[in-house]
Design a protein around this ligand. Structure first.
Ligand code: FPP
Length: 234
């Protein structure tokens, strides 16, 4: 039996299909997805899970139609503005991973403000992965290590991690992906080495407290061996 996960990371998939099933525009699906994000953060805060990360936009997502990308960034902006009082009230620190150079100026500005404002909050860390790509994070870490003139023998795992977008973010214990898709899509590639996976058939806007409970129950029932034998774990 596992303790509850310390870090849950979520690949929120299925907004488009959720909307299509209802004859609505993709934007309406993303809007409904925001409510599910809010519910997730509340639920995890109540359960005392200290780290929650959501994959809100990948580097690959820049290839989507311009109007959809524009809409999503408007949503991120609104979400950060609207949720700030709640984050403060709940003592939640907002955090960011991704390639900040890609972010539109207003988003960067608003995000930076919210990051500063919530910096001392202690009860939970809520990380937005925006313009995130695991391979790019690894490559960028290599580039920065090389630029620092690091010698090959100095590059330990710990040192390498210090070049990641957020070196202080612990590895995810549980990665949830919704909508029945079962792949990582360039999310937390290095960090997911020992993560447990939970694939939910539910489309992201329908992911609520019940589905979170199912994911946590499934996680609790697993044996995490980290390469050791059962006997060594006893
Ligand atoms: C994947 O569904 C979802 C996204 C690429 C965007 C995620 C954004 C949200 C959940 C809303 C805003 C989030 C925050 C943090 C405010 P999809 O569009 O790929 O769905 P499909 O596969 O059914 O087309």
């Amino acid at each position: 039996m596992n303790e509850k996960p310390q870090h849950i990371a979520v690949i929120m998939d299925g907004n488009g299909r959720w909307a299509k099933n209802r004859g609505l525009s993709r934007s309406r699906g993303h809007l409904a997805g925001v409510d599910a994000v809010r519910e997730l953060v509340r639920g995890c805060r109540e359960l005392g899970i200290p780290f929650v990360t959501v994959y809100a936009f990948s580097k690959e997502n820049w290839q989507r139609p311009e109007a959809e990308v524009g809409f999503l960034f408007e949503l991120f902006l609104q979400f950060i503005r609207q949720e700030l009082p709640e984050l403060m009230a709940q003592d939640i620190r907002l955090n960011f991973i991704g390639d900040r150079r890609d972010l539109p100026f207003t988003v960067r500005q608003t995000l930076d403000y919210a990051l500063r404002k919530t910096a001392d909050n202690k009860s939970m860390v809520f990380t937005l992965a925006i313009s995130y790509a695991g391979r790019e994070e690894i490559l960028e870490a290599c580039r920065r290590a090389l630029a620092d003139g690091l010698k090959p023998e100095e590059l330990t795992e710990e040192k390498f991690r210090s070049y990641f977008w957020d070196p202080a973010l612990p590895d995810p214990d549980l990665i949830i992906r919704t909508s029945g898709e079962e792949r990582l899509s360039n999310f937390l590639l290095f960090q997911s080495a020992y993560a447990e996976f939970f694939f939910s058939p539910v489309l992201w806007p329908d992911f609520g407290p019940r589905e979170l409970r199912l994911a946590l129950d499934s996680y609790a029932a697993r044996t995490r061996r980290f390469g050791k034998t059962d006997d060594q774990l006893r």
